[in-house]
Design a protein around this ligand. Structure first.
Ligand code: OGA
Ligand code: MN
Length: 284
């Protein structure tokens, strides 16, 4: 497989892959290994249909069904767009635009689920000429940057992740009662050890508080951890070309969209989400 490293800590491009072809089990394992090591895999020039996207994704596990309240609800696809059926840019107050805004916060997809997602696979269909990058932050590099005493202090800590927490900061009405009911807060380990490449921090916009600590102490601990995370140095920013396909390990990186610069132009992305196989903790 021909690869090219993209970021200092994470991200690699696979150059000789056409995801529409029948891909052998051996190749899928190879891609999985590369993904486990580099956390973000970029494959360019993949002009695929939604069905081809789903088929390729299912090589890596069962796909999550899109939750209520998101475009694509009930299907295996999430549609991220900022324009309506007639091609008009949506108002900034439209739910879709607000959800896109929420995606500009560092997050891990589905960390609000009892068994959070393993990986996400995002395909760029229409991209604006300026801005609208997706950035990925290595949570292994972030963990490694912590001082030893802090590492020891947080090793067994558990956090509550709550979908409405991050969303309501964007707009108090963004989370519907239906979504609130479908997505009660869940506990996740703060430090994950998923593979031989080392431990990683599990944080992001859905992370509300550290279990068993007062609000003040919890906020202070999360702020202390965050103070060591160099979001510039530990990240990779992807400038999209149409038909780029990116896969990322939700248990090893956080990601966020960057704002579209200047006049708002159309952006259309389609995502599948491969479900995790194990919870991060045994209780819940
Ligand atoms: C996502 C996501 C960011 C972007 O698809 O999960 O957060 O840049 N996307 O669209
Ligand atoms: Mn996301």
């Amino acid at each position: 497989m021909i690869t090219n490293k993209l970021g200092k800590f994470i991200a690699i491009e696979i150059k000789d892959l056409d995801v529409r072809e029948v891909i052998s089990k051996e190749t899928i394992n190879k891609i999985s290994d590369i993904l486990t090591e580099y956390s973000v895999v970029v494959i360019r020039n993949q002009n695929i249909t939604n069905d081809e996207h789903i088929k390729f994704s299912e090589n890596f596990g069962n796909l999550e069904l899109t939750k209520v309240g998101t475009d694509g609800s009930g299907s295996k696809l999430i549609i991220l767009r900022n324009f309506d059926e007639s091609g008009n840019i949506l108002l900034p107050t439209d739910r879709q635009r607000l959800n896109n805004l929420a995606n500009q916060e560092w997050h891990s997809d589905s960390s609000f689920k009892q068994i959070p997602s393993k990986l996400s696979i995002l395909s760029a269909k229409i991209i604006p000429s300026n801005g609208g990058n997706t950035e990925f932050l290595s949570m292994r590099a972030s963990y490694n940057a912590l001082p030893q005493d802090l590492k020891i202090k947080i090793d067994d800590k558990v956090c509550w992740h709550d979908y409405s927490h991050g969303r309501s900061k964007i707009d108090p009405n963004l989370v519907t009662p239906e979504e609130k009911q479908a997505l009660p807060p869940v506990k996740q380990k703060l430090v994950l050890c998923e593979n031989k490449h080392g431990k990683s921090l599990y944080l992001g916009a859905h992370c509300r508080n550290v279990d068993g600590m007062s609000e003040n102490d919890s906020n202070a601990l999360l702020a202390e951890i965050n103070s060591y995370i160099d979001t510039e140095k530990f990240s990779y920013s992807h400038v999209w070309e149409p038909f780029d396909l990116i896969m990322w390990d939700n248990r090893a990186v956080l990601h966020r969209a960057t704002p579209i610069k200047g006049k708002i132009e159309k952006r259309l992305m389609v995502r599948t989400t491969v479900a995790g196989q194990t919870p991060t903790i045994n209780e819940n």
